[in-house]
Design a protein around this ligand. Sequence first.
Ligand code: FAD
Length: 1001
Amino acid sequence: MVTRRDFIKTTALGGTLIATGQMSNARTIIHSATKPDSGFIQDSEKKIPVIKDVDIIVVGGTSAAVAAAGAASRAGSKVFLIAPLSYLGDDVCGSFRIICDDNKKLDNPLSKRLFLTSKNPTPLFIKTELENELIDNDVDFLYSSYATNILVDENDVPSGIVITNRSGRQAIRCKAIIDATHTASVARVAGVRFTDFKAGEYAFNFVTVGSEPQTIPGAKLEKIPYAVTIKNKQLPVVRYTFQLHVKDDSYATIQEIEQTIRDMTWTPDQSDSSDILEYIPFVSILSECESRNNISHMQELALESLKPKGVKNVWVLSPSAHVTNETAEKIMQPVFGTSLGVIVGETAAMYARDNQLKMNAKVRTPSTKGNKKGEIRELLNPLRPDMNCGFVTSSNDVLPVLGNYDIVVVGGGTAGAPAGISAARQGAKTLVLEYLHGLGGITTLGLIGRYWDGYRQGFSSEVDKGVRSMAPLDHPRQLKNWNSDHVSDWKQEFFRKELRMAGGDLWFGTLSCGALVTNNTISGVVIATSHGRGIVLSKIVIDCTGSADVAIAAGADYNYTGKNVAVQGAGMGHWNPGDYYNNNDWIFVDDSDVLDISRVYVQAKKKINGQYDLVKLPQTRERRRIIGEYTVSVYDVISKKRYPDTISYHKSSFDTHGMIVDPYFILSPPEARHTIYDADVPLRALLPKGLDGIIVTGLGASADRDAMPVIRMQSCLQTQGFSVGILAGTAVREGKAVRGVNLKKIQKHLVEIGNLPDRILKEKPHKGYSDKEFREAARNLRDNYSGLELLLTDHERCRRAVEKEIINTTLQEHRVIYSSVLCILGDNTYASVLANEINKSNLWDKGWDYTGMGQFGPCMSKIDSLLIALGSCQDSNSLPVILKKASILEPESSFSHYRAIAIALGEIKSRDAVPVLYELITKPGMRFHHISSFRDARRKTVPGLNDTSVRNAALKEVHLAYALFVCGDKNGLGKSILKSYANGLQGHYARFAIDKVYSSL
Ligand SMILES: Cc1cc2nc3c(=O)[nH]c(=O)nc-3n(C[C@H](O)[C@H](O)[C@H](O)COP(=O)(O)OP(=O)(O)OC[C@H]3O[C@@H](n4cnc5c(N)ncnc54)[C@H](O)[C@@H]3O)c2cc1C
């Protein structure tokens, strides 16, 4: 029998790599900055929200985990499953165990469905089947979440878990835990003892799709008989097995090995590969009884080998069980894993039946002591008001220090990958942390591999040329429009290669979920991986999550939906090997809300049913934006404002993908396609107010939402990220804070490398508008709101200037313009002018239904815009005019009319509005558009990758419910509708409804 710890010994890693000559830079082989630092950081006492009480928690997303969850549920247990990836089937799809060899006996219905339905099941098919297994068996679940701690009762008996995800940290109480994680990460935090780790050579499997089998010294290869046919060409699928030296059992080491294997296997023909390395864990749990025999069927396995010694309530359903290597290898195969899953699921269900839930559970305190090096800040909110089952206490928790870097870049996306590359090129010890298993974010894994507008000089031009040079110019996958379109996997690899060549480290599968803060300076990032939770220390954090995750966890204030529900349409589309551009717009999704993300993964599977696979991140155009030291406004963009501290230069149009909210655009809508604006962004817009040691890039920067479309283009954000990396690298080199660096010198360098146009060095910053300019603008306003962007930069001066003009204006058309400006600023002196104008017609004009894709120009009619302005001055005398318009609405009337009515009545808040609102909302078809469960989500999915019907229906309902509620409500209907959205799965509607209902309770 092969002993577990010396499974396969062959050549040492370094020798292998140098011999292959495949490394872009041999230095990366011996680069060892990823060595884990010793030490622990002490956490303060925390109250963690409990989101659910269940019988059984299954942690893990393998096919075995799903089988266990389904079986436990069928046996009568209430089950919750936590999946680390954005899909189920880490083994089948993540490590590409996608086909089943003919000799294997499929002995459970799930494995039959997975592997008998098709000889070549697509990843999407597998993911859908596994998800349906959960939904159809009433198993609740969350994607993209890691377990971080265990809950225990007064006798240290496991009684639940703590998880983390992009919503923060939450707890779930339970009677039994099935730890289906590869390395038994839950058992680890439960204090389970493991066999000793021995440094040595271990085997790692990695699968590539698209490249012909390559001879790599020291690696075995196996051609997998799996047919992926794209454009009539069958792509080879190859599994490589490497035997590589492993020096320690840390995540850093695993990641270094994974990156090294990616270096060795990549070729330009490759269009897909494993997300996660497949290997037999280096250590196993010490169990109640080790299973020393090899087995043919899982029924032969003694379940005591899955039960950690001395720890109740936990089963280890993974190759980390106390079994032989051969059995561990079998457990990793989905056919056997699912069989074992069924056995463990049913066993745990029987056990749970006879046990009680421990309501006094608290977070287990580790025996290790830590240093108090700062405060660990993170988000600790219940996911929804109704998911609030109290709190559990965490006291004296400690987090291991997993690394110590000069610069940590969080999020290796559009801006993040370039930021990491440039920081590393500056000589800073740099680590890039990325949740997904590739670099480039939306530009690559998000399959938006095409520039639209944008400034393309400087680093972006290096990217374009670099991606092209990933293959010979006559390579069949070269794109004709290479300077605007990019082969997605080439671009991922270009970023990865450049980062590693510059000496930067890279950890995939790493979710940042908090910050270490000392005196309002960020000195580290809290992360979660499949190995658990820990801290990476850093001198400067570059937060490139596109949602300012680190800054917000650290306490930065931010702007988002809530007060209103205007958000850009988002997508989640299909992905076939070789695809690089699948743009779509059919949802609103809050990608920092784990419930919402999970809901969208469910809906997307139904939407793109029949495709090969789906993208692994929500394609969101709008996200949380910090409140920085400066906030870029629509007015700044339109008036081409210049700053002394410009850090990046942007070019695009007001491509709104939906509604606008800015008063300027309400009165003077953005042009129909295609006026290109060029906008500077000052460094202050990347610095969260009140926090040091952090720079925020991309979609998370400080800008008004209506201004963001002009500054969000990929080429601009790549360049922005690269410039920020230079700035951070300089700060580290000079031992200064970010705010202390000589920015003029940086700007000069950025101009030299083409990242900024040279005008930046010559132009004078804007000093503000004179009274004369205000007067002139007010006069010109009568010309279809000309100059309004100037006037709205200072509301009080605008009001005074406009008041002076309207007094001497007689023409009704001009008076309407002036009064609309005064009204929108809350001044009702001339409200009657607007009311009369609206009242002139007994009908509505042509309205607007919510449109995402291709939405340019107005998103409301003239009457809508005047109604919103009229409502803004909160004058109840205007009520009859508004109600008259509301009373002629029909369910099929345009959404913009509903929105205008709701906003106007929501400002006036009169009981007199209740009858008409109640009548409208009770008309057939107007209600019940919220999504309350995954089953509901699946059922309510309609076809169409740019569908707007679902959003129009829900938008009408939430707007009417809001207006009804704030005007006084009838039979509690407005409130109950808002509550159904507040507790539903759609994140942006939930944020809006919570803001309305729960803040007033
Ligand atoms: C559907 C769609 C179509 C678009 N069309 C175009 C177009 O045609 N042309 C164009 O130029 N622009 C387009 N854009 C805009 C542009 O793509 C985005 O503005 C830009 O890519 C955003 O860059 P970013 O760096 O802010 O975020 P991203 O590229 O999304 O990068 C963020 C990265 O951070 C990672 N991450 C997030 N949170 C964490 C965390 N907590 N821990 C670890 N990692 C984390 C993510 O996995 C991701 O890799 C489009 C955007 C979308 C969504």
